[in-house]
Ligand binder design. Structure first.
Ligand code: GDP
Ligand code: MN
Length: 376
């Protein structure tokens, strides 16, 4: 579960990391009063669980309380990458001298944590990481030892961060451990012209397995970050949004994972993970298809089913009835194999749906779906 910036800010403050004074509201009128309390000039920041708010126009400086109200009105209701802005945080402005990046993230492959830090933080950190990987230090952290002052000094040294950031690095590790986080990120961590170090923006991802002992966030914060994931969860589907263009539906987590790999191997990128599980009712198919088709990035959909206890003819019937309720707007490639595959294929063939085609192998189906998604 991701926290909002203002919740991350609250945690940082509780653990002794210096943050700007700030208040949250869902009302532009209230924003004026908050700005007055904070000294007049404020930064108005959209509270959405996605990055890149600054570049999307969701972070703006307002010169006085009246301007804060106008700016808050502009930002409230704004759409940022599919997230509607429901609240804004108003923060006292900070006189930035330099922007740094620091984070701790679970490193599954390494069996530990990774400290990632850079002296070139700010809104272009992704570009820095892509074009000049040397500017971003990656230091493994042993979870049993944690970030001691000497480890923090090692991280600061590797990234070229000022000595004053060592204390923040130690405290940020305490946030991760005490709050059961999988990720804590500060970008930017800034040094002001007066030499103070402040966390200006924070991202915290909590470990859902520990939610029973982190009850303070409640159900409000527990919702999935992505709006499509929220829609899928409401329908009881196991859906994870990804960045690609081939929508994927399969039965069984292992088969779906393999399907993602095969699609990637064909030069396209999967748009999602969606496991419809053992059942293949028309309702589940229709729900799955409607979630996938409402992702504007999707350009083709691949249904990959291996019939076991649920036979392929039942799956084919499910697809046919789903197509009665969901208007298909993108090409659909279906691969049915296993129990009653021939009957299932015959059912789909009989439909002669102009946007539905079949493939007999997983490779063939993935190649076709990848081609449909990547050709103009
Ligand atoms: P993000 O784009 O979603 O990561 O939002 P951030 O909160 O990181 O804000 C984006 C950028 O706005 C930061 O990198 C800063 O350069 C700038 N910014 C944010 N808060 C302040 C502030 O208090 N003062 C100044 N001068 N700039 C700020
Ligand atoms: Mn940021």
């Amino acid at each position: 579960m991701d926290l909002y910036e203002h919740q991350a800010r609250e945690l940082f403050e509780e653990h002794g990391i210096v943050v700007p004074r700030a208040e949250v509201t869902d009302s532009a009128k209230e924003a004026r009063g908050i700005a007055r309390r904070l000294g007049g000039r404020v930064v108005v920041k959209a509270q959405v669980k996605t990055g890149g708010r600054g570049k999307a126009g969701g972070v703006k400086v307002a010169a006085d309380p009246a301007a804060a109200e106008i700016t808050a009105r502009q930002i409230l209701g704004m759409d940022i990458k599919g997230h509607t802005v429901g609240t804004v945080m108003l923060a006292e402005p900070v006189d930035i001298e330099s922007e740094f990046y620091v984070s701790y993230v679970l490193d599954r492959a390494g069996g530990g944590f990774l400290a990632i830090a850079s002296a070139e933080g700010g809104m272009d950190i992704e570009e820095v990481a892509a074009t000049r990987p040397d500017a971003v230090a990656r230091v493994p952290v042993d979870p049993a030892e944690g970030v001691t002052p000497s480890k923090a000094a090692e991280i600061a040294e590797a990234a070229g961060l000022p000595a004053q950031s060592v204390d923040v690095l130690v405290r940020l590790w305490q946030v991760l451990v005490r709050e059961d986080a999988l990720l804590v990120e500060v970008n930017p961590l800034v040094r002001t012209a007066q030499g103070r170090i402040l966390a200006l923006d924070g991202k915290v991802t909590l470990d859902d397995n520990a939610s029973f002992r982190q009850a303070r966030w409640g159900a409000d914060a527990a919702g999935p970050a992505d709006p499509l994931e929220a829609a899928a969860a409401a329908k009881g589907l196991t859906y994870v949004k990804l960045d690609g263009e081939v929508g994927i539906i399969g039965n069984g987590a292992g088969l779906v994972m393999s399907t993602l790999d095969v699609v990637a191997g064909c030069g396209a990128r999967p748009a999602n993970f969606l496991d419809i599980g053992g059942g293949a009712s028309a309702q589940i198919m229709a729900d799955g298809l409607s979630v996938i088709l409402s992702d504007p990035a999707v350009r083709s959909v691949l249904v990959n089913v291996f019939g076991g206890i649920t036979a392929c003819d039942a799956v084919a019937e499910g697809i046919v009835r789903a197509l009665d309720t969901v208007r298909l707007t993108k090409p659909l490639v279906v691969r049915l194999d296993g129990n009653n595959a021939a009957q299932g294929r015959a059912i789909l063939d009989a439909q002669r749906h102009p946007l539905v085609e079949q493939a007999t192998t997983m490779d063939g189906a993935a190649r076709r779906a990848a081609h449909l998604a990547t050709s103009a």
